[in-house]
Design a protein around this ligand. Structure first.
Ligand code: SAM
Length: 365
C-alpha cells in the first residue's frame, strides 16, 4: 500500500516518526509532554502538543495510517493484583467499545477507574472505530507498540479489527533480532485493511543468549549488534545497571561493550560504565544513549529528562522494519537502515492546534 500520512498518538520524542520520515512517509504526532515536544520541534517533526483524548480522526483528516504507543504503567506492575485488575477492566472496555455502546457511557465509566491512565491504552481503538463509524474512512493501516504485558490488549484489538475488515498480526518482538544493539522485548500489533495477510517482520539478526557467542545460531541471520559497534570510539567497557534488581546489588545487570545493551530505560544515565579493570568511566551521553536506541547520532535531544524520553521511545530501526511489514513492503534496504544514522531537520515545524483552526485552514507551517 502507499500510505499518505501517519497520525502518531502518544508520539514521544519520535522513535516511530523518525523511521517513517526516513521511509518517506510524513507524520504528525500528538504528545502532551513539553520536553518530548521540545525534542520533536528541534527535529522538525510535525507535532500537536496536547492530550490525545481531546482529539480524534476528524482533526487529522489527511492521515490514513494510525500509530500509537500508549502509556501503560497501570498494568505493567508485574504479576501484581492491581495490574491484573486493570487488564481485565481494559479487556471489558474493548468489548463494550466494539459493541458500539454509547461513547458517553464508556467515557463516564473510564473516568471512574481507580487509575485514569488505564483508559489511555483504549485510545487507539477509539480512534480506529471513530474513523470507521463517524468519518467513514477507516485507517488503511494501524501500528501499535507497548511493553509485553500489553499483548493481551493487542490480542483483543486484533479480534476487534479483524471483525472490521482488517488483516492483523500481533506478538512479541525482540529488538536485537532486528539489528538494534540492545535487548528489549515489545508487544507489536500491525493491521492492514483488506484480506491480504499481514505478518510481523521476520528477524534479520540472531537472538542474544547470555554467554553464547554471536557466531552461534541460525547462519542465515546476521550476528546481533554490539554496543561497541553502535558507539564506536569508546574502549572496552562494562555497563552496570540497577534496573530490575529490587535493590539487590548482586542482581545488578552487567553487559560488556561486545554484547548488546540491556533494555534502555528512563534511568539510562544512572547506569555505571566501568573499564574491564573496574575503573569508573564517563557515563553515557544523550547521543550515546540515543544511538543504543538507534536514533540518529545527531538527534537534537532537548528539554528535560532526556533519559526518560529515550527510554520511552520505539527504537527507530525496529520501527522501520515494523512499518515496512505493516505497509506490505519488503524488508528495509541497507541504505534505508543506514539513513537512520544521521538526522536532517524536517522543516515541518508545528501544526496549528486543530481545536483552534477550521478544518479547511489546518495546515503545517
Ligand atoms: C511509551 S511513550 C511513546 C513513545 C513513542 N512511541 C516513541 O517512539 O517515541 C508514551 C508517551 O505518551 C505520552 N502521553 C501520556 N499520556 C498522554 C496523553 N493523554 N496525551 C498525549 N500524550 C500522552 C507520554 O508523555 C509519553 O511520551
Amino acid at each position: 500500500m502507499r500510505p499518505g500520512k501517519i497520525v502518531d498518538l502518544f508520539a514521544g520524542p519520535g522513535g516511530l516518526d523518525v523511521a517513517a520520515e526516513k521511509l518517506g512517509v510524513p507524520t504528525v504526532g500528538v504528545e502532551w509532554d513539553a520536553s518530548a515536544c521540545e525534542t520533536r520541534r528541534a527535529a522538525g517533526l510535525a507535532t500537536v502538543e496536547g492530550d490525545v483524548r481531546l482529539y480524534g480522526p476528524s482533526h487529522f483528516s489527511d492521515a490514513d495510517v494510525l500509530a500509537g504507543g500508549p502509556p501503560c504503567q497501570t498494568f505493567t506492575v508485574a504479576g501484581g493484583g492491581a495490574g491484573r485488575r486493570a487488564l481485565d477492566e481494559v479487556l471489558h472496555f474493548v468489548k463494550r467499545m466494539v459493541a458500539r455502546e454509547k461513547q458517553e457511557d464508556i467515557k463516564r465509566d473510564l473516568s471512574r477507574l481507580e487509575d485514569e491512565r488505564t483508559g489511555l491504552v483504549l485510545e487507539p481503538l477509539r480512534w480506529a472505530l471513530s474513523a470507521i463509524d463517524e468519518e467513514e474512512k477507516p485507517y488503511k493501516a494501524i501500528i501499535l507498540e507497548q511493553v509485553p504485558a500489553v499483548l493481551p490488549v493487542w490480542e483483543a484489538y486484533a479480534a476487534a479489527l479483524q471483525d472490521e475488515g482488517y488483516s492483523v498480526d500481533c506478538g512479541i518482538l525482540r529488538t536485537e533480532e532486528y539489528g538494534v544493539p540492545q535487548t528489549r522485548r515489545r508487544a507489536l500489533l500491525i493491521a492492514r485493511q483488506g484480506d491480504e495477510k499481514v505478518a510481523l517482520p521476520s528477524p534479520t539478526h540472531r537472538r542474544y543468549r547470555k554467554g553464547v557467542p554471536r557466531e552461534v545460531g541460525e547462519q542465515a541471520l546476521q550476528p546481533w549488534r554490539t554496543m561497541a559497534e553502535a558507539l564506536g570510539e569508546r574502549p572496552d567497557f562494562f555497563v552496570i545497571s540497577n534496573y530490575g534488581t529490587g535493590g539487590d546489588p548482586k542482581a545488578r545487570g552487567r553487559r560488556a561493550s561486545w554484547e548488546p545493551s540491556a533494555t534502555i530505560t528512563g534511568k539510562i544515565f544512572r547506569n555505571r560504565v566501568v573499564s574491564p579493570r573496574g575503573v569508573e568511566l564517563k557515563r553515557f551521553s544523550s547521543p550515546e544513549a540515543g544511538c543504543l536506541q538507534t536514533f540518529p547520532r545527531n538527534y537534537p535531544w532537548s528539554g528535560r529528562d532526556v533519559g526518560q524520553q529515550i527510554g520511552n521511545a520505539v527504537p527507530p530501526r525496529l520501527a522501520m522494519h515494523v512499518l515496512c511489514a505493516a505497509f506490505g513492503w519488503s524488508t528495509p534496504s541497507d541504505a534505508q537502515l543506514q539513513s537512520l544514522e544521521t538526522w536532517e531537520h524536517r522543516g515541518a515545524a508545528q501544526m496549528t492546534d486543530p481545536h483552534n483552526a477550521s478544518r479547511a485552514s489546518m495546515e503545517y507551517v
